[in-house]
Design a protein around this ligand. Structure first.
Ligand SMILES: [Zn+2]
Length: 344
């Protein structure tokens, strides 16, 4: 069995993927038409051309346009269900997907918060029933928006903890938006036993990751790759085994690194940091989780053991309780044992 076949078939878990950034092009076109939203593209190919980012602000602009295509509980149910169908295709047993509720609520489209969670819950349950996959949600604060973005998002995390929400995130452009301003919100969430998973160290450097760790009590860092620029920070991340959610192709598309070859992934991994592989916004970056693993194994020398460890580490870095995680870990371990048997 070739390494690429092994990667395709191996059981996976993914911690960093944005629900609205994961919408399949054909689905996005259908939603736009259903809701009377005009997009600057009318075919999947034209969408791919539209998804050529010049920089991070340009990326955010496209993201907001995509969000404007979602208008009802049904729309959210559709994309949550399709997220699950995609998991089945890639043998992803478990995903924690990020949703940005606040931007939907201020887009003046008649959508209320309950529509969002009702749709997510319906799609998630149908995906579990039809594909046997598990999904949880992280709600993130869009850091560049005016109040009450943080207050509203935090309250939704607390309110929806019994409907699949496991953590508070922080997204948007890190530049000129210090994480420390959001400390009280993360403190409230952490106090109830929920997780902290802010983006940091992507567009901005190590100081942004330090702030996520110190001010936001981060359990995991979205990206965090620019930690490589500060040895003291690397030591801190190592000692506390704070997980980095690495998204290689996203970093290349948004010009954080010139190519996968120049990505610090392999150094972070070999240093013994808790590293995971993720796809961020797969159709926007023309990738999939499977392709992320394949690109990394082409660029660096990854063994089957590395791949197994990366998958298991993703599962061990989730916000699930021990009791929820155990059966998934058993399935993953059994899946790898099966693959090993076939390889002989
Ligand atoms: Zn992200």
């Amino acid at each position: 069995m070739s390494l690429h076949t092994f990667i395709q078939q191996m059981p996976k878990a993914e911690l960093h993927i944005h629900l609205e950034g994961a919408i399949e092009p054909t689905t996005l076109l259908r939603l736009a038409e259903r809701n009377g939203v005009s997009l600057p593209a009318d075919s999947p190919e034209a969408l791919q051309t539209w998804y050529q980012f010049s920089d991070f602000p340009h990326f955010v602009e496209i993201y907001l346009k995509i969000q404007s295509c979602l208008r009802s509980a049904d729309d959210f149910s559709t994309i949550a269900y399709e997220l699950g169908a995609d998991m089945a295709r890639q043998n992803i047993l478990y995903r924690e997907a990020t949703v940005t509720p606040y931007t939907h609520l201020i887009q003046d489209k008649g959508l209320v918060a309950e529509d969002i969670i009702a749709g997510l819950e319906d799609g998630r349950q149908r995906a579990r029933r039809d594909f046997g996959v598990e999904i949880r949600w992280i709600l993130d604060i869009h850091r560049n928006l005016e109040p009450p973005v943080a207050e509203v998002t935090t309250q939704l995390v607390l309110d929806w903890a019994d409907r699949g929400v496991v953590a508070l995130g922080l997204g948007g452009n890190e530049v000129n938006s210090p994480a420390a301003a959001f400390a009280p919100y993360f403190e409230r969430v952490k106090a109830t036993g929920l997780g902290s998973a802010p983006h940091a160290g992507e567009v901005a450097g190590p100081e942004s990751v330090w702030s996520a760790v110190r001010d936001l009590q981060a359990d995991r860092i979205g990206h965090g790759v620019r930690s490589i620029e500060d040895p003291h920070l690397l030591a801190e991340l190592y000692d506390r085994q704070i997980t980095l959610e690495v998204n290689p192709t996203s970093n290349v598309c948004l010009n954080v690194y010139r190519s996968i070859d120049q990505h610090p992934f392999i150094h972070l991994l070999r240093m013994g940091l808790s590293v995971t592989v993720n796809s961020d916004d797969p159709p926007l970056f023309n990738t999939t989780l499977t392709q992320e693993f394949a690109k990394l194994s082409d660029a660096f020398t990854l063994t089957r053991d590395d791949l197994r460890n990366l998958s298991l580490n993703a599962l061990r870095s989730t916000f699930l309780s021990e009791a929820e995680r155990r059966p998934l870990e058993d399935r993953m371990t059994a899946g790898f044992a099966d693959l090993a048997g076939q390889s002989e």
